[in-house]
Design a protein around this ligand. Structure first.
Ligand code: NAP
Length: 288
């Protein structure tokens, strides 16, 4: 593409941003659509966020993604945030409005996109989530939007788990669905799970032989369950291999990554975007 004085700029801010995959998939989609846009990384250190936002206003940036360490801090600098962002307590996508910058979190929608494509009655599905970090928050917001009747979260650290539960006090609907459990309870939880989600980093490259659930525990999983790993490299993970051997339907983290990007790009461009192009650009880049 040719960059001219008319080219519109989108970007991502964070520290570090060097390893972000967003420029790969967004620029692939922009090129495929033949649009006069470019998506670029902006390294912004902690403490420089307000200054960066003022600068973006001055240079007419159209919108941007946000990664660590600014996802929470950005909230107080925005005019408005979506319900998902308020529930999760973090923003990953910002765009311009007449009244100022607006933010949302597209991880919840990205997480549930491949689930929505399945023909299931989500009001009858029992989800079990492994891990209680940042990604688990988006998963919980997504499963609430999907209509799940209860959401079980399993963590290894009782203090962190208790704090995690308390951190939802601003969202009474979610608190009413949320049940937290220690890791020891897994042997009774796994047989009840219709959807088992790994939000821990266990099994990520280079520890590709690790799984948060071992073979004997996985053998308790229902054969028609869905196993969803948020990890995207390796692909598939050991967790997904064990689940597949058990007969479960499997979903990988690449799809969530792609779909959260699709939701963001559609907000910025106000048009449909080529999902296949985005997915394939990431697969090629990651060597999958
Ligand atoms: P995080 O905030 O650090 O949370 C990780 C969670 O996993 C914590 O609850 C942690 O427990 C738990 N954990 C870590 N090691 C564990 C172990 N050995 N056994 C049991 N639990 C363990 O990280 P995050 O941002 O949520 O990211 C988690 C994973 O999701 C990463 O692999 C990331 O790449 C992936 N992710 C994927 C997408 C996507 O689009 N596909 C998006 C976001 C994240 P403690 O709190 O006790 O340490």
């Amino acid at each position: 593409m040719q960059i001219t004085g008319k080219t519109k700029v989108l970007g991502i801010i964070g520290d570090p941003v060097e390893h972000s995959l967003s420029p790969v998939m967004h620029n692939a989609a922009i090129a495929n659509l033949g649009l006069d846009y470019i998506y670029v990384p902006f390294p912004v250190k902690q403490g420089n966020l307000a200054e960066a936002l003022t600068g973006f206003g001055v240079v007419n940036l159209q919108g941007f993604s946000i990664t660590i360490p600014h996802k929470q801090e950005i909230i107080s600098l925005l005019t408005e945030i979506s319900d998902d962002a308020a529930n999760i307590g973090a923003v990953n996508t910002v765009w311009r409005t007449k009244s100022g910058w607006k933010g949302t979190n597209t991880d919840a929608a990205g997480f549930i996109a491949p689930l929505k494509a399945m023909n299931r009655d989500w009001t009858k599905v029992t989800p079990v989530i492994l891990g209680n970090g940042g990604a688990a928050r988006a998963v919980i917001a997504g499963l609430t939007n999907l209509g799940c009747p209860e959401i079980h979260v399993v963590g290894r650290n009782p203090d962190k788990l208790a704090r995690f539960y308390e951190s939802w006090s601003h969202a009474p609907k979610i608190t009413s669905l949320l049940k937290i459990h220690n890791w020891d309870n897994l042997s009774s939880l796994i047989p009840a799970a219709d959807l088992l989600v790994n939000t821990t980093p266990v099994g990520m490259s280079p520890n590709i032989d690790a799984s948060p659930i071992d073979k004997s525990l996985m053998q308790k999983l229902k054969q028609n369950a869905i196993a969803y790993d948020l990890i995207y490299t390796p692909n598939p993970t050991q967790f997904l291999k064990l689940a597949k051997a058990q007969g479960a339907t499997t979903l990988d983290g690449l799809e969530m990554l792609v779909q959260q990007g699709v939701v963001a790009l559609e907000i910025w461009l106000q048009q449909q975007v080529p999902v296949n192009v985005m997915r394939n650009s990431l697969k090629e880049y990651l060597g999958l």
